[in-house]
Design a protein around this ligand. Structure first.
Ligand code: HEC
Ligand code: HEC
Length: 345
């Protein structure tokens, strides 16, 4: 191991005293992250606060959205709510490798955490929904999720006497239409934020709260481990799509990600970078929930992630792995430190 290419790195390891002195104040004052040339990124930053509702109407809309998020009546048989698959104590995932919808039907992907969603313009692992409103309509209608029609969901909402006062204040009518219904849900999703953790104190400038191991983990995340090429900014996501080599091309469980929506070969195997806030509460990880163990996932990152067999010269559908994915050659101690940092998020 030779870490001399990195700040505070030595031939034999890391100089923790040096790291302590370099990590003072807010992220802009810390050692610069290792980012590939031309890759867009943002410095770590505090999670943006929830905007207070503009007026009583907006407040009622948000409150209606909050109750609808927990209402299984939006599904065809009244069994599945948004919160069935997006649980607050699991970083708004469901803890399953593949989500289970109405009648126990199993989708092909894992429920995403919802911390990136308030700030994303392209929703779902493949970015196929252009707004939270469109995404909600999709989830209500998806056979593997709530399996309902929008008309039936709207009829359910309008038939609940306990929603009447909120509907009246939010929209000035007695009945919502489908757009008003999903606007309420979306306005609630926009208020979801990760729990406050030690990472918030660190990002606010109090780096003293970090143990030596956590401090090293933070430094690795920013430098040698190259994570900030994709996991950057307040929510630790670039909101872009990358192929990490996990599309199982040509195999039974193939999922070509964003390509299945755009049919643009550049998008083969690309999935949306998830937020890493609250990440340890949200496993098993990745779009297919393939990794129940964070150390196991980090060991795969360590060798530069999956490989897709075959020759792109003869098969243009071979997903081209992201150029930002490279082996990072961490030793066991460094992998442990990186995981300790992820635990703080
Ligand atoms: C059966 C489980 C299930 C239910 C019910 C469900 N979701 Fe999801 N949700 C998922 C899965 C799985 C994904 C990822 C799907 C994909 O990428 O194809 C997802 C993705 C999302 C995303 C995208 C996040 C991002 O960053 O792109 C949002 C937002 C979301 N769901 C909100 C909701 C809302 C609101 C409801 C209720 C109207 C809902 N979900 C109902 C499982 C569920
Ligand atoms: C090339 C961009 C890129 C780089 C570099 C990168 N990631 Fe990721 N990360 C992603 C994408 C894209 C996914 C989702 C992939 C999928 O589901 O197939 C992901 C998923 C994850 C997940 C799972 C989160 C979840 O909710 O499922 C963790 C944890 C993670 N990354 C941590 C890291 C760490 C730590 C590093 C540095 C060692 C790193 N990533 C480097 C793009 C990247």
């Amino acid at each position: 191991m030779d870490n001399q290419a990195f700040e505070c790195g030595e031939q034999a390891g890391w100089n923790i005293e040096c790291l302590r002195s370099r990590y003072q104040g807010t992220p802009g004052h810390w050692p610069k992250p290792v980012i590939d040339e031309g890759k867009a990124w943002k410095e770590m930053a505090p999670v943006p606060a929830v905007q207070p509702p503009a007026d009583a109407k907006a407040e009622a809309q948000r409150a209606l959205g909050a109750v609808l998020f927990f209402d299984p009546g939006l599904s065809r048989k009244g069994a599945v709510s948004c919160a069935s698959c997006h649980q607050a104590d699991k970083a708004f995932t469901d803890g399953l490798a593949q989500s289970v919808g109405e009648d126990k039907l199993m989708g092909r992907r894992r429920a995403q955490t919802l911390f990136a969603a308030p700030f994303s313009e392209k929703l779902f692992w493949d970015g196929r929904a252009g707004s939270l409103e469109e995404q909600s309509k999709g989830s209500i209608q998806n056979t593997f999720e709530m399996n309902n029609t929008l008309d039936a969901a709207v009829a359910h909402v309008n038939a609940q006497p306990q929603y009447q006062a909120l509907i009246q204040t939010a929209y000035g009518t007695q009945k919502v239409d489908e757009d008003e219904m999903v606007a309420a849900i979306a306005s609630f999703v926009r208020t979801l934020r990760p729990s406050t953790t030690l990472a918030d104190e660190v990002i606010a400038g109090d780096t003293k709260v970090l143990s030596d191991q956590q401090l090293l983990g933070l430094h690795l995340f920013r430098t040698k481990a190259r994570c900030m090429n994709c996991h950057s900014g307040a929510l630790l996501t670039d909101n872009e799509f990358h192929d990490l080599g996990l599309s199982f091309y040509g195999r039974r469980n193939q999922d070509l990600g964003r390509f299945e929506f755009t049919r643009d070969k550049e998008d083969l195997g690309r999935f949306k970078t998830p937020s890493l806030r609250g990440v340890v509460q949200g496993g098993p990880w990745m779009h297919n929930g393939l990794f129940p163990d964070m150390h196991g996932l980090m060991r795969l990152y360590n060798i530069g992630m999956g490989v897709v067999a075959g020759d792109p010269a003869t098969d243009p559908y071979i997903p081209p792995k992201s150029p930002h994915m490279k082996p990072i050659n961490l030793n066991t101690e460094e992998i442990d430190a990186l995981v300790e940092w992820l635990r703080l998020l």
